[in-house]
Design a protein around this ligand. Structure first.
Ligand code: NDP
Length: 492
């Protein structure tokens, strides 16, 4: 699809809140512009949901619960609707992928081979769970001399507010929306202000799939406005959030007021460990993907590259070659392998980290500059001779910038990997199966991958600990996070 075709698609996407089964022109005067990060042009103006819309959407979601039109559906009906969403997404995946490239600035192939297939698989995976949300039968010794029968049932946690970031809006919306809907929860999605278009398109597709009113809503708006109104609303039972630790903290504080549940996925500073016995060519390829995919705007980005001293110079050389092979450019041009960062503000933030890397004494071996052209581009950037104490090795940059650090032993590699405020993901490159399992066992992270960066799958739980947050999206864990387990004991 060409840029002009994608822009026409963007013009046709509804640009207002959707709830209670209808699109609504927001009554507040506020609206916000969506800027294409490659051309720096406004591609859409979207109406912002204010307090009235948030309130009405929450009320509609609550009335869909229990005896409402969503609560009354059984698991197989929910499965049918979720499969219908997957079918429609599959039919329109080219449109979604083009819109995602336009909105986020990512190269065309990425949404086609990653975001959309993942989103489709996620809806199908949770369609599969929808009629299997079972409890447990638990043997107990009896009560006051009388036998008992005890079992549990899983009930929907209630209204779920899903708040998503701009880096992979379709895929992350699917991660949050599909498990909650499968479990029987109504969902209200607050998409990112910088890239809301595919979430609005997803709402129109969910409407087309035939979900009953109140089961799904989308409320576009700015985080401190619409987002804050939503997380403060007492009618929201659970908040599922992906974004920064700073906003995650606000979500946790708002949720604590009503002892409401949260799932918080707050990014990382993930290590990629390259041992001397690794297949160095495969490791260099994989490590480069791990830091440069999606312009490095990935929660699991492997931004700390830890390399055994024996192969350090070799790996640095290979990674520099990979960085120099990246083709920055328009996502709609053939051959582009890296697009633009999401906004001028974010580009400037990444540039400040690059300056901090130089000032901190790391050796800049690739990139570091912003090309002279419109768009929020930053070259793929590598720092060698970095230490784990440097700012560039400690803070999440969320751009194509990595610190390469040497280690002398397995214990030191693990110690550096774990000396981090975040604990989301890690990658280990080795050809020694014993070392792979031992190191994977010792690393503090929600997910460890061996010999392949971040092999995501909707069946695998996803989330972290420490500053990376808590709770898990995806897999059975996604169902657990969307349900309460109720115990029933019958004294016979
Ligand atoms: P934020 O955490 O601010 O945004 C994530 C989502 O939260 C967006 O939908 C945002 O809305 C919303 N939000 C913002 N403020 C509030 C609030 N007070 N109440 C409720 N919702 C709110 O991340 P940024 O987009 O500002 O990115 C900043 C940094 O966060 C990045 O540089 C990166 O380090 C990290 N990040 C991590 C991600 C991850 O995958 N874990 C994803 C994105 C960012 P709006 O878009 O309108 O601001």
């Amino acid at each position: 699809m060409t840029r002009a075709e994608a822009e026409r698609l963007a013009a046709d996407v509804p640009k207002e809140p959707y709830y209670a089964g209808r699109w609504r022109a927001a009554r507040g005067a506020a609206a916000f512009d969506v800027v294409d990060p490659v051309t720096e042009r406004c591609i859409a103006t979207v109406a912002e949901a204010g307090s009235e819309e948030v309130d009405e959407a929450v009320r509609a979601a609550r009335s869909a619960l229990a005896d409402g039109p969503w609560g009354k559906l059984d698991g197989s009906d929910r499965a049918r609707l979720l499969n219908r969403v997957a079918d429609l997404l599959e039919e329109r995946s080219e449109q979604f992928a083009a819109l995602e490239s336009l909105d986020v600035g990512k190269p065309g192939f990425e949404p086609r081979v990653i975001d959309l297939p993942q989103a489709i698989r996620t809806f199908r995976h949770f369609a599969g769970w929808a009629d299997k949300v079972t409890g447990r039968s638990i043997p107990t010794p009896g009560y006051m001399g009388r036998p008992t029968v005890s079992y549990t049932v899983r009930e929907p946690v209630g209204v779920v507010a899903a708040i998503t970031p701009w880096n992979s809006p379709t895929m992350i919306a699917a991660w949050k929306v599909a498990p909650a809907l499968a479990a029987g929860c109504p969902v209200i999605l607050k998409p990112p202000e910088d890239a809301p278009l595919t979430s609005l398109l997803l709402a129109s597709l969910i409407e087309e799939a035939g979900f009953p009113p109140g089961a799904f809503s989308v409320l576009p708006g700015r985080g401190p406005m619409t987002g804050q109104l939503l997380i403060d609303h007492p009618g929201v039972d659970k908040i599922s959030f992906t974004g920064s630790p700073q906003t995650g903290h606000k979500v946790a504080v708002a949720a604590a007021k009503g002892f409401r549940r949260t799932t918080l996925e707050l990014g990382g500073k993930s290590p990629q460990l390259v041992f001397a016995d690794a297949d160095l060519d495969a490791a260099a390829d994989g490590v480069a993907v791990g830091i440069f995919a999606n312009q490095g705007e990935v929660c699991a980005a492997g931004s700390r590259i830890l390399v055994a001293r024996a192969v350090y110079d070799d790996i640095v050389k290979r990674l520099v070659t990979r960085a120099q092979g990246v083709r920055l450019g328009d996502p709609f041009d053939d051959g582009t392998t890296m697009g633009a960062l999401i906004s001028a503000r974010h580009r400037d933030r990444v540039a400040r980290y690059i300056a901090a890397g130089v000032a901190g004494g790391a050796r800049l071996v690739a990139g570091g500059r912003q090309p002279e052209r419109p768009g929020y581009f930053v070259e793929p950037t590598l720092f060698a001779d970095a230490t784990n104490a440097m700012t560039i090795a400690r803070e999440e940059i969320f751009g194509p910038v990595a610190a390469i650090i040497a280690f002398d032993s397995d214990d030191e590699a693990v110690a550096i990997a774990n000396d981090c405020d975040y604990a989301l993901a890690a990658t280990v490159w080795t050809s020694d199966v014993g070392r792979a399992h031992t190191v994977a066992g010792k690393i503090k992270a929600g997910a460890v991958a061996v010999n392949g960066w971040s092999p995501l799958d909707p069946a695998l739980p996803w989330g972290g600990t420490r500053l990376s947050g808590h709770g898990r999206d995806l897999g059975w864990a996604g169902i657990e996070a969307s349900t309460e387990e109720k115990t029933v004991t019958v004294v016979l």
